[in-house]
Write a protein that binds this ligand. Sequence first.
Ligand code: URA
Length: 231
Amino acid sequence: MASRRASDRLIQTGSVKINGAVVTHPGTRLNPRSDRVCVNGQAIQSVDRQTYILLHKPPGYLVSARDPHHAQTIYKLLRGIDARVFPVGRLDLDTRGVLLLMDDGDLSFRLTHPRYRVKKVYRAWVRGHPGEAVLTGMREGVKLSDGVTASAHIRVMRARGGDTELELVLHEGRKRQVKRMCEAAGHRVRSLTRTHFAGITTRHLELGQWRYLTQAEVKRLRELVGLNHEQ
Ligand code: URA
């Protein structure tokens, strides 16, 4: 909310309270997740107070609000997080890979809105071997029940037995989009992984593990969709 020097002045003049007590030492350390900071009586909502999680989602875990009727939801994997975080978009029960969760509604909305064209990368093993004409059709747009898909980058990675692995780069996020696109082209998806969401990957995270996003990652995500990190 202020430059470092202006913040020092605010602290030295007694305008800043941490958990109700005035602090006058500019080097005072605090925990941005749990300490409450007020300046001139007004609470500061720090971006650090919000919680941003990256989960390496395994197959077999449902992405849904806490559902007591479904034994295996992603929240089973998120023990120890006290904030109420919500998934940014959905992954199917059998899909694995990058899933962001957060309690920042503005950012989540923009990350999933097609207007912001946030890039998602998938690896899909499909039945059969799609030919060049089929791939071109998929790249240019596939007619689905909810309209024609936007153009996409699609390339063949490898073939094994009767299956082919495709990489698909999409800028929209319709329900079951990859599976529906591949099915419409005559190639059923056998397994699906989201490898990137807005440039974030599951590197260094085992299947089922999660971590907090770094401040730099949050800043980059917010800037990517036109939200100012400092606000
Ligand atoms: N597209 C799908 O079909 N399923 C997912 O889980 C994600 C994208």
